[in-house]
Design a protein. Structure first.
Length: 373
């Protein structure tokens, strides 16, 4: 039931501009794990008549206010225009959404903008962390003005959600902000059984993801086939150099982009999924691997030690020498199949979006007592 003081659904607006290509894979543009997370949450919430879902996305030339999977999409900033124009466009989109609760993810100038909008219009601001750097003080140290605006926003938020217990502890220690730990949620169809014949890397060319480490692994194990799906935001010289280096490796296939609705097939045929990042929050690619029954090899990202705890894979604890060594271990005698089986069991227990959404609903329904008709 909706809160007793309301005779209408609770209106929730999600803000993550680059999410439109997830809603509409035909656009074929860049998106990240935070976009996938909020896409699954917003569409699942839209299934419940107690809630209305809207989403503020960037302008990709689509019609304003179109509805996809029950979510009304309001277009805001055009990336080809300046930051000030983008802020004005975003503010106007937030107003058109006319939501009760505004939920944002990813540290950016949009966070204090949305927090300020909510304060000025007496709406509820909520935030969900996207990366370890937002929680452990790194973002605050590396971004003097934006970092402080980000900290102000989270302290003014009605609720903050974090992806794992470690991030929650760090957030409390660095910003004095308490958070509710809720894992990322995905839809979990039965995995398709396909021949396992590749080693997979999926992500973007952000510096902290260190994609070049995957190239070195492919060179070190020439008898295995490696696939790298690597998106970019700016197509700068670093990305061009990565493509050039990848082209020299005969057992590596480099793919610049795969539409969101086609990526699961790559996970389903992988023996092992490799993450080479120095740090992340809880990568959605980990969940994609687990739901495909694919074991994980991680350089350093291992939220709350789940890889060992649930037998989903191996972590190298930041030791470059162990990447190739541990990959050989997982391949030996087809051990990757055992990790994959455990990974599927883990994801069913922890990341089913239908269960995850119930946790959000409980929080939002409690918030409903602060809302007015």
């Amino acid at each position: 039931m909706t809160p007793a003081n309301l005779n209408r659904p609770i209106r929730i607006c999600y803000i993550a501009p680059k999410t439109y290509p997830v809603f509409n894979p035909d656009v074929g543009d860049y998106f990240g794990g935070a976009n996938v997370d909020l896409y699954y949450l917003s569409t699942e919430m839209a299934r419940d008549e107690r809630f209305e879902s809207s989403f503020v996305v960037a302008d990709y030339g689509q019609a304003d206010g179109e509805v996809i999977e029950g979510v009304k999409l309001f277009k805001a900033l055009d990336f080809r225009k300046g930051a000030f124009i983008g802020m004005v466009q975003t503010w106007r989109a937030l107003k058109r959404a006319d939501a009760d609760i505004y939920l944002m993810k990813c540290a950016s100038a949009g966070v204090p903008l949305t927090a300020l909008f909510c304060r000025m219009h007496s709406r509820i601001f909520a935030y969900r962390t996207a990366h370890r750097f937002e929680c452990d003080g790194t973002y605050l140290r590396e971004n003097f003005l934006l970092g402080r605006a980000f900290a102000w926003s989270l302290r003014k938020a009605k609720v903050v959600f974090s992806q794992n217990q470690t991030d929650a502890v760090n957030l409390s220690a660095t910003l004095g902000v308490s958070s509710i730990v809720i894992p990322n949620g995905h839809r979990l169809p039965a995995p398709e059984q396909k021949p396992r014949d590749t080693i997979l890397w999926v992500g973007r060319d952000a510096d902290f993801k260190k994609p070049e480490r995957f190239l070195e692994m492919a060179k070190a194990i020439p008898n295995e086939q490696f696939i790298m799906v690597c998106q970019t935001l700016d197509k700068g010289p670093a990305y061009r150099n990565l493509i050039a280096e990848a082209g020299k490796i005969t057992n590596l296939q480099f793919i610049r982009h795969v539409p969101f609705n086609q990526i699961d097939a790559y996970f389903q045929r992988a023996k092992v999924f490799v993450n080479t990042s120095d740090a992340e929050g809880f990568p959605n690619t980990f969940i994609q691997a687990c739901k495909a029954g694919t074991g994980i090899l991680s350089f350093n990202v291992n939220p709350d030690g789940f890889l060992e705890k649930y037998g989903c894979g191996l972590c190298c604890n930041g030791d470059p020498a162990r990447l190739t060594y541990n990959l050989r271990l997982m391949l030996e005698n087809n051990r990757f199949a055992e990790y994959g089986s455990s990974a599927r069991k883990y994801v069913e227990i922890t990341h089913d979006i239908t269960r995850i959404a119930k946790e959000y609903k409980a929080v939002f329904l409690r918030m409903g007592t602060f809302l007015k008709e």
